[in-house]
Design a protein around this ligand. Structure first.
Ligand SMILES: [Zn+2]
Length: 165
């Protein structure tokens, strides 16, 4: 399935964490209707369901003449800079968007012994913007990091290093 064009920004962000440029081999689109898109990323033990709603409007301010411009996003990529309709320069920068959402839910792919459900956690969410994406990625890494099983191994390593000195 193809990702709608209004999610181009999200596709760009995704490309930064996908091993090849074939992002369709790594994401499973789960739901797509009206303005909502949901897809799943898998790791060996967990799955991450990412929900997105592209914003409907963006507010830009011209860095040269302080003119405020409202841009309604249709099926377009969200640009960080647009042309100012007062001075004509492409110096209007995005200050905020409305109507957008980005969030992530982590779910373990296997139930734990004695449980017949898969555990899950809400990860970061917020506005549809790079900052939220970045927070989600950091939460995913945090969810994947595992505790070192045995303190004794660390201790033995330390002893071995000290012995080399
Ligand atoms: Zn201007």
């Amino acid at each position: 399935m193809k990702v709608p064009k209004k999610y181009s920004n999200l596709v760009d962000w995704l490309k930064s964490i996908i091993p090849t440029d074939k992002i369709n081999s790594y994401i499973m689109i789960d739901y797509e209707e009206d303005d909502n898109l949901r897809f799943i990323l898998f790791t060996k033990e967990n799955k991450y369901s990412i929900s997105a709603k592209a914003p409907s409007v963006g507010e830009y301010i011209c860095q040269l003449c302080d003119n405020v411009i409202e841009v309604s996003f249709v099926d377009t990529k969200i640009l960080n800079k647009v042309q100012c309709d007062k001075c004509g320069k492409k110096e209007a920068v995005l200050i905020r968007t409305t109507g957008g959402y980005l969030g992530c839910i982590a779910t373990q792919r296997k139930p734990r012994a004695g449980e017949d459900w898969n555990r899950g956690n809400d990860l970061a969410d917020g506005d549809y913007c790079y900052e939220t994406w970045d927070a989600i990625v950091r939460d995913i890494v945090k969810y994947e990091i595992v505790k070192i099983t045995s303190k004794i191994d660390q201790w033995l390593d330390k002893q071995a290093k000290e012995g080399d000195k």
